[in-house]
Design a binder for this molecule. Sequence first.
Ligand code: ADP
Ligand code: GLC
Length: 490
Amino acid sequence: MSPLRILFATSECAPWAKTGGLADVSAGLTAALVALGHDVRVLLPAYPSVRAQAEQRPPFWEIPASAHFPACALHQAPLPGGVPAWLVSCPEFYERAGGPYQDGDGNDWPDNARRFGQLARVAALLAGAANPLDWRPQVLHCNDWQTALAPAYLRFAGGARAATVMTIHNLAFQGLFPPEEVARLGLPPASFAIDGLEFWGRLSFLKGGLQYADAITTVSPTYAREIQREPLGFGLHGLLAARRAALHGIANGIDLAAWDPSTDRLIAQRYDADRLTAKAFNKEALQERLGLPREPRAPLLGMVSRLTRQKGIDLVVEVAREIVGLPAQLVVLGAGERDLEAQLEELARANAQRIAVRIGYDEPLAHLIEAGADAFLMPSRFEPCGLNQMYSQRYGTPPIARATGGLADTIVDATPQSIADGTATGFHFAEESPLALLAAVERAAELYRDAKAWRQIQRAGMAADFGWGAAAQRYAALYADLVRPGDADD
Ligand code: ADP
Ligand code: GLC
């Protein structure tokens, strides 16, 4: 396959700006595409956290203000993995204390339509006929609503353009804004129509990508099917079903170097599939760090998650007492909705011997939980892909997860058959209910007592290949198809 020039537009990229899995995907997928020989640029806003970590270089393109957007500048800086990032510097939009989408109190920035409209406009300029630079992408790859207007801008600008791919990482976030924004973003009035950007009276950024991109992808095959109907289609199922010939499910990979228990410097004791007894030191270190007593025979269940209803945190809250009564211990690290945070903290206060909760974002603790827990909980209502279930399998910490989206695709449920043939890697439950979750935890706790069977499940998960190679090849084949229709293999 000949090398392609790919512009990867994203609102997050690890390690510079991260609120969730999108950041990991932006870093991991682009590095894997470069390893395949492609020529990639990551387009990302220059938030303060990005400016603080990236090399400072003079801008190579000053983009003048338009009738609708302030001027901005592009700087190049290499990501830690070596992939060149193109940083969009626009102080009035991106340089403020707080997160990429919200202020410190968790309120969305009031000008998010214009902040991400600007990012999409720059992506479209680079991918369109007006790009004055030496480097012009053949493919523009957009991610989530924050960059989804770019295919719409390209469509309305007309003229030669790169092929466009729109990836859905989470359909629950669509970038919905009042209709007045249509004119303020420089979009033609006719675009605000049912077969355009209108969604129940509002402007939908995501619909721009779904309507006008040449191909749509999402981050697992099961999620690609789930979003073509309700409830997980979130109102866009009709459009997605209509475009199903252009819709592809490609499961994410993980960063095998950052998440490797045999080299991980953030855990108490390194180990691998042949030295699994050393994993127990990590359990003790985790218990000590979080003030839990040692209970070597009770399984310790770990969670690292945004604390939201998507992640099924409320299901855990409902049956936490029953779970730890098995007996088991429960460790939760996360941040999110205030009421869920408070309920978890209350549970920890009332069950100090068995439940520990840390509210906040803590990468080193996340690694220690992966290594120290016996099993990992992911009771998500929906999960486009999910990364932690892959991290946990690599750490010999079988996941207990709802069979949805990527959790269905990347975990082999322990059934009599899969246990017998050695393919089981974790535990699935189907129904979205606290009792179904509890039943799956009970099933895991019972198998945990069978040391030999448990080892086999741990080893099968540790042997699975979750690297980015396979996904990168599938994206590359898709790009090639779009750039040279009917000639994908050259
Ligand atoms: P999502 O993007 O929906 O939040 P993913 O499973 O794809 O879910 O990715 C979440 C990423 O964020 C993982 O890398 C996970 O380890 C990390 N993460 C989430 N919450 C925390 C936290 N409180 N501390 C450290 N890492 C976290
Ligand atoms: C979203 C999804 C998550 C997925 C991630 C990266 O945040 O919620 O399931 O793993 O994007 O694609």
